[in-house]
Design a protein around this ligand. Structure first.
Ligand code: SF4
Length: 423
């Protein structure tokens, strides 16, 4: 668990030291290396009413919890193989930052990978130059690349004449950090559009999720994109966030229409995904909200006819994601039974129902010594009390649970104060 730069050398050392010993001994040796998690060496414990009450090691020598490893070196990763067969063909990818200091409360990319790290330019320059001997396409990668404290220096360097002809793309940028200088350089280096994750057009929801972004900053970023010569803007939004109401969706629609009206020359695309709770974030206790499905349709109806393209993630797959994200080992027989099927939401629901109904006769549950899976709604939709034991309780994230609870309560305060109907 954690950064491979830190973990891999000790894993390989451990593997070599025990090579040739029986598998059970090898696994026990590896389990003592910080960051290595061997699920078979931990047993979940359930109460008499089948609630998870803990996950404990089977052997007193094995650590009670697994400590995530953090790489603190002044060097992050970059592509080592550049090929047309890659997911991003022929692009040299350079990781500019790891994690994100913004702490939006749903965000796994930020919370799970803390602390925020940004290598020095002296480390980034050779990483960029190396790849550009093999391709002219460069991608700057990270949860929020413009957060690098010297990002504009990096961009100014890439703006120098020696980089004429390279095609530069950056992953999603924070709207508050967009300037006309940045968009000019991006346009000059072949970018056609800029991607910004605004999450919501509603001020209240942006406060609930801790997205420190104002409507003025979003509008200004769009203007800068146009001024700089970009042709389009991709916005990312979410539906089904905790406490979200119809009025918040209307605010996002209003903002998207305002952007299109103010800057008709730009091509606007709105990517919509459903909020899915993720472990080790302050929203890990919240479930999927069924209203999200209808709200995605509303976006399509109201925006597509006004010339804004909608790229919506499948609501059904978001529900399956939530099932995978919040279940524990009791899901294993369900996963086995959907394997090879079409894996639609209906297929998962049927398999889940069958697992609960056939529990008494199930060899898999008997072999794994597990109680039956809880109800579908309990896993996918219900709010879990912060006092409950979570399936990942034995896996240490970068932030202690009491601090996550505080972040969660801070969000609750905002939606209690301003949205009495949402609880
Ligand atoms: S700004 Fe983006 S990457 Fe950073 S915490 Fe928020 S959603 Fe995550």
């Amino acid at each position: 668990m954690g950064d491979g730069e830190e973990l891999l050398p000790s894993f390989i050392d451990g593997l070599q030291a025990s090579w040739g010993s029986p598998r059970s001994n090898l696994l026990k040796t590896l389990a003592k290396i910080p960051g290595i998690y061997i699920p078979a060496l931990y047993t979940p414990k359930y109460s008499s009413d089948d609630k998870l009450i803990g996950v404990i090691p089977i052997d007193p020598d094995i650590p009670k919890s697994i400590a995530k490893q953090t790489w603190e070196g002044n060097k992050l990763s970059h592509s080592t193989v550049i090929t047309p067969e890659a997911a991003w063909p022929n692009i040299h990818m350079v990781e500019v930052v790891r994690s994100c200091p913004e702490l939006c409360r749903f965000c796994l990319a930020s919370y799970l990978t803390l602390p925020f790290r940004a290598p020095s330019l002296e480390s980034l320059f050779p990483a960029v130059e190396k790849g550009l001997t093999a391709t002219n396409r460069l991608g700057l990668l990270g949860a929020s690349v413009t957060q690098h404290p010297e990002f504009m220096e990096l961009m100014n360097w890439l703006n120098e004449d020696c980089f004429e002809g390279i095609r530069l793309s950056v992953s999603s940028v924070r709207a508050a950090t967009v300037t006309s200088k940045l968009t000019k350089i991006l346009a000059k280096r072949g970018s056609k559009s800029i991607t910004m994750a605004i999450e919501s057009g509603s001020d209240r929801i942006r406060k609930v999720i801790n997205k420190k972004l104002s409507e003025e900053q979003i509008l200004a970023a769009a203007h800068y994109a146009y001024e700089g010569g970009l042709k389009g803007i991709k916005l990312y939004g979410m539906v089904g966030l905790p406490s979200e109401e119809n009025s918040d969706i209307e605010a996002t629609i209003k903002l998207a229409l305002l952007l299109k009206k103010t800057l008709p020359q730009l091509r606007f695309t709105l990517g919509i995904s459903t909020f899915v709770p993720k472990a080790h974030t302050p929203f890990q206790w919240h479930g999927i909200r069924p209203e999200a499905k209808r709200r995605i349709k509303l976006f399509k109806k109201e925006l597509e006819r006004n010339g804004i393209s909608i790229r919506a993630e499948s609501f059904s797959w978001s529900v399956i994601q939530a099932l995978l994200s919040r279940s524990d080992r009791r899901l294993a027989p369900v996963i086995a039974s959907v394997r090879g099927s079409q894996q639609s939401l209906g297929g998962w629901k049927t398999a889940y129902k069958q697992a609960r109904e056939n529990y008494q006769n199930s060899e898999a549950y008997a072999y794994l010594n597990l109680p039956p899976p809880p109800s579908w709604n309990e896993i996918v939709n219900d709010f879990w009390q912060p006092s409950s034991v979570l399936p990942w309780t034995h896996l240490e994230g970068p932030i202690k649970e009491d601090l996550l609870i505080k972040h969660h309560l801070d969000a609750m305060k905002i939606f209690d104060e301003k949205s009495p109907e949402a609880k």
